[in-house]
Design a protein around this ligand. Structure first.
Ligand SMILES: Cc1cc2nc3c(=O)[nH]c(=O)nc-3n(C[C@H](O)[C@H](O)[C@H](O)COP(=O)(O)OP(=O)(O)OC[C@H]3O[C@@H](n4cnc5c(N)ncnc54)[C@H](O)[C@@H]3O)c2cc1C
Length: 450
C-alpha cells in the first residue's frame, strides 16, 4: 500500500484525490489547512443573495470539467443568453463589446484608425518565442486594440498587467495560432471553414455554474472524498527519511510515499524551505497581488441601467479605481431575491494593489462611488459583502516558462513529489481540473497502477 498525501483542498487538490481514490494499493489523503475545503471557490448565501467570493463559473468548452460534474452527479447551470453581452467602461460610458467581426467593424469601441489597424493583422510580422501580452497584441492588432479590448480582458481574468504577463504562459493557444497560421485573423477564418460555426471574437463556450453556486463542485468532491479529506491541518515542512516523505503538520507528523503540493506556490515555497531551497525560491518568486471582491444587493428599481448583460470591464488608461463589475443576477438565475439585483465588483490586482489595502469602509466607499454614476444607482445598497484575497491570482510574468523548466528540473531529484494548482499552467478552474487529472495519471503511471 502506498500513501499519497495531497496538500491543499482547493479544486486542484480535490481533483487529484478524487482521481486516485479507490485505486488498488493506494491510500489517498487530502490535508487542508482551512476549516473548509474549496480554497478560492467559495459561495455564500447572504439574506437571499448568492455571493461568490472567488470564481463565479467556468466555460463549458473543456470536457474534463463536465465529465467530473457528471461523475459527481451535479447538474451544471448555464449562464443566461443575455449574459453574452459584455461592456467596456470608457470615458464614463458603457459600450457593448461587439460579438462578431461585422459588429466589430460597425462598433465605435475602436476609432476608425484602430479598426483599420486590426485589419492589417495578417501582414504583421511574427514575434519571438515569448513576449509580453502587450508587445504581442500591439504588434498584431495595434495599440488601441490592446488598450481598449485586451487590457480589460487581462484585468478580468488575471487582475494582471499586460506589460508584464507572458503571452505564451497566459494565452498559449493565441500564441500557438500565430505560430501555426502566421496570423490570428487567418487562423479564425481557417478554423471557421473547418467547423461550420461562425467566427466569434468572444471565447468559445458558455459560462457555467450550479444552481446553488460554484462551490457545489468542491462540496460534491469533499462529500465523495469523505474521510480521505482532513480539514484544519496545515502542512509546514517536509523531510525525506528512509525513502519516505515526513510531513510536519500543525497536528503532528504524517508520513507519505507520494506528496502532491496543490496549495498556492508561496505556500509550497514555505513548505519546501530547508528541503530544497532553490526550488522554494523559484516558487516564492511567482507574484500573487491582492484582490477585493465587493457584492452589493439593491432593489431593482434603484438601478437605472437595464443590466442587460454580463457586466463591464475597464481599460487601465481610464484610470478608474476598480477593475470591473459583474451583474451576477443577470448572469445566473437565483442569485438575488425577487425584485433585487446583485452586483459584484473586483478591485486591486497587479496595477491597483493599493485599493485592496484600504480598510473595509474605504474599499466599500471607493467601489460604490465608482459604480454609482455608471449604473445610475439611487440610494444605498441593502446588502454589502466585502471579501479580501490577500494573495489572489498568480501572475505568469515574462520568464514563467523558464521558471517552470527549472522547477521541473529540481523536481526530478525528488521522486514522488508533485506540484499542481493554478500557479503553473493555467489559472482557470478548467485548467486546475485538467492538470489535477494529469498529475493523478502520472502518479498511476509511476506506481504501475494504471
Ligand atoms: C476573485 C477571483 C475570481 C476568479 N474567477 C474565476 C472564474 O470566474 N473562473 C475561473 O475558472 N477561475 C476563476 N478564478 C481562479 C480560480 O478560482 C482558481 O485558479 C482556482 O480556484 C484555484 O484552485 P487551486 O486548488 O489551485 O488553489 P486554491 O483554491 O488556492 O486552493 C489551495 C488550497 O490549499 C490550502 N492550503 C494552503 N496552504 C496550505 C498548507 N500549508 N497546508 C494545507 N493546506 C494549505 C488552502 O487553504 C486552499 O484551500 C478566480 C480567482 C479569484 C481569486
Amino acid at each position: 500500500m502506498k500513501r499519497v498525501v495531497v496538500v491543499g483542498g482547493g479544486i486542484s487538490g480535490l481533483t487529484v484525490a478524487h482521481a486516485l481514490m479507490n485505486k488498488p494499493a493506494l491510500e489517498v489523503m487530502v490535508l487542508e489547512a482551512d476549516s473548509r475545503p474549496g480554497g478560492k471557490i467559495w459561495s455564500e448565501r447572504v439574506n437571499g443573495f448568492l455571493c461568490e467570493k472567488g470564481p463565479n463559473g467556468f466555460l463549458d468548452n473543456r470536457p474534463k470539467t463536465l465529465e467530473l460534474c457528471s461523475k459527481l452527479k451535479i447538474e451544471p447551470l448555464r449562464a443566461n443568453e443575455r449574459a453574452k453581452k459584455r461592456y467596456i467602461l470608457t470615458n464614463g460610458t458603457l459600450k457593448p463589446i461587439p460579438e462578431s467581426p461585422p459588429a466589430f467593424f460597425r462598433s465605435n469601441v475602436l476609432s476608425i484608425a484602430g479598426r483599420l489597424r486590426v485589419l492589417y493583422e495578417p501582414f504583421a510580422p511574427k514575434g519571438p518565442e515569448d513576449e509580453t501580452v502587450a508587445e504581442f497584441i500591439k504588434r498584431r492588432l495595434g495599440k488601441e486594440a490592446l488598450e481598449m479590448l485586451i487590457d480589460p480582458m487581462v484585468s478580468g481574468i488575471f487582475a494582471g498587467d499586460p506589460y508584464r504577463l507572458s503571452i505564451k504562459s497566459c494565452f498559449p493557444r493565441i500564441k500557438a495560432l500565430e505560430h501555426e497560421y502566421g496570423s490570428l485573423i487567418r487562423a479564425l477564418i481557417k478554423i471557421r471553414r473547418q467547423r461550420t460555426g461562425g467566427v466569434s471574437v468572444a471565447p468559445k463556450g458558455t459560462l457555467t455554474s450550479f444552481p446553488a453556486g460554484i462551490q457545489t463542485i468542491t462540496d460534491a468532491l469533499a462529500h465523495v472524498l469523505r474521510d480521505h479529506l482532513r480539514t484544519g491541518i496545515r502542512v509546514d515542512g517536509v523531510e525525506r527519511l528512509n525513502r519516505r516523505y515526513h510531513l510536519h503538520t500543525s497536528t503532528g507528523p504524517i508520513e507519505a510515499d507520494i506528496v502532491v503540493l496543490a496549495c498556492p506556490a508561496h505556500e509550497s515555497a514555505r513548505i519546501l524551505t530547508g528541503f530544497d531551497d532553490p526550488l522554494s525560491k523559484e516558487l516564492s518568486a511567482i507574484p500573487y497581488p491582492p484582490i477585493v471582491v465587493v457584492c452589493f444587493g439593491l432593489r431593482r428599481e434603484m438601478v437605472e441601467h437595464s443590466l442587460d448583460g454580463f457586466g463591464f470591464l475597464i481599460p487601465h488608461k481610464d484610470k478608474r479605481r476598480i477593475l470591473g463589475t459583474l451583474w451576477d443576477s443577470s448572469i445566473f438565475p437565483g442569485r438575488a431575491p425577487e425584485g433585487y439585483v446583485l452586483l459584484r465588483t473586483m478591485a486591486g490586482g497587479s496595477r491597483l494593489p493599493e485599493i485592496a489595502m484600504l480598510d473595509d469602509e474605504g474599499i466599500v466607499k471607493t467601489v460604490f462611488d465608482e459604480i454609482r454614476q455608471v449604473l445610475g444607482l439611487r440610494g444605498e445598497p441593502e446588502m454589502i459583502r466585502l471579501y479580501r484575497w490577500e494573495k489572489a491570482i498568480p501572475q505568469y510574468e515574462m520568464g514563467h516558462q523558464e521558471r517552470l523548466r527549472r522547477i521541473e528540473e529540481r523536481l526530478r531529484a525528488h521522486p514522488g513529489l508533485y506540484l499542481t494548482g493554478n500557479a503553473y499552467r493555467g489559472i482557470g478552474m478548467n485548467d486546475c481540473i485538467e492538470n489535477g487529472i494529469g498529475v493523478a495519471g502520472e502518479i498511476l503511471d509511476e506506481t504501475g497502477h494504471h
